[in-house]
Write a protein that binds this ligand. Structure first.
Ligand SMILES: [Zn+2]
Length: 253
């Protein structure tokens, strides 16, 4: 199923209409289409991540926002705004991940981490921009996820001893820290996250995450700059300790 945004635009709130208008003005003549998960996978051939609620991409002269379902589209405004935020950065020439076939399992796994990191770093720019300019507070969603993480996921993760044996699994715990801290603006909960990583086995990950967060925070509240973004991205990979030979090419000039 697919819906041309022009056919539904007038039903959205004023803030979303304003945001849509702005994003479309940055891609003159390019239609914005909403598609559901099924259409996305079967007809457009784009994988839809089971973890996320939505994704966005450009294909054959169209901009697409894919959502799990297209019913009650009006209730999904925060997800739509989120994806439009990614288009906003794309319109500034931000790097886009290349979909290449993977040679090894490690390569595939690394790509997954690289993509997550990329997401988190873009969110550090998008969230404050949407909140200040269009009154979409995506931090509310992030805060709920942080609560859930502290309550259910982290206790499980930190009890699994095997997690510390493999370097890439250490990266998982660093990325969780980065994600939940960046996507919430609740100081009290961010402090709880910091405390939750004070267990001896997690301290190393917290130390690295806090150094990385300093780099990521430098992205917020300034004009989007793809060159600076790529530099910071590489600085982050270096800080996490990922060997330069593995860094994604699309992030290097
Ligand atoms: Zn996102």
């Amino acid at each position: 199923m697919l819906i041309d945004s022009e056919d539904i635009r007038s039903q959205f709130t004023e803030n979303l209409q304003k945001l849509m208008g702005y994003i479309m003005s940055r891609f003159p003549g390019v239609p914005l289409i909403f598609v559901d998960k099924k259409e996305c996978k079967e007809n457009l051939g784009i994988p839809f991540s089971e973890e996320g609620n939505a994704c966005c991409f450009t294909k054959e002269g169209n901009m697409y926002v894919a959502l799990k379902e297209l019913d009650s589209l009006l209730a999904k405004e925060p997800d739509i705004a989120h994806e439009l935020g990614h288009f906003w950065l794309e319109s500034h020439g931000f790097p886009r991940r290349l979909q290449v076939p993977f040679k090894t399992k490690d390569e595939k796994e690394r790509d997954y981490y690289f993509a997550r990191l990329h997401e988190i770093m873009e969110h550090a720019i998008i969230y404050p921009w949407l909140k200040d300019n269009y009154s979409f507070d995506l931090y509310i969603i992030g805060t709920n996820r942080l609560v859930e993480f502290l309550r259910n996921e982290l206790p499980k993760l930190s009890n699994e001893y095997s997690i510390y044996k493999y370097p890439l699994q250490k990266v998982t715990l660093i990325i969780y820290y980065l994600k939940y801290d960046t996507e919430s603006d609740d100081r009290g909960l961010q402090d709880r996250l910091e405390k939750a990583y004070s267990k001896s086995t997690l301290v190393e990950m917290r130390y690295i995450a806090k150094r990385v967060l300093k780099i990521i925070r430098g992205l917020s509240n300034q004009e989007p700059d793809p060159k600076c973004f790529k530099e910071k991205y590489c600085e982050v990979l270096k800080t996490i300790g990922i060997d330069k030979q593995f860094w994604p090419e699309y992030m290097q000039d």
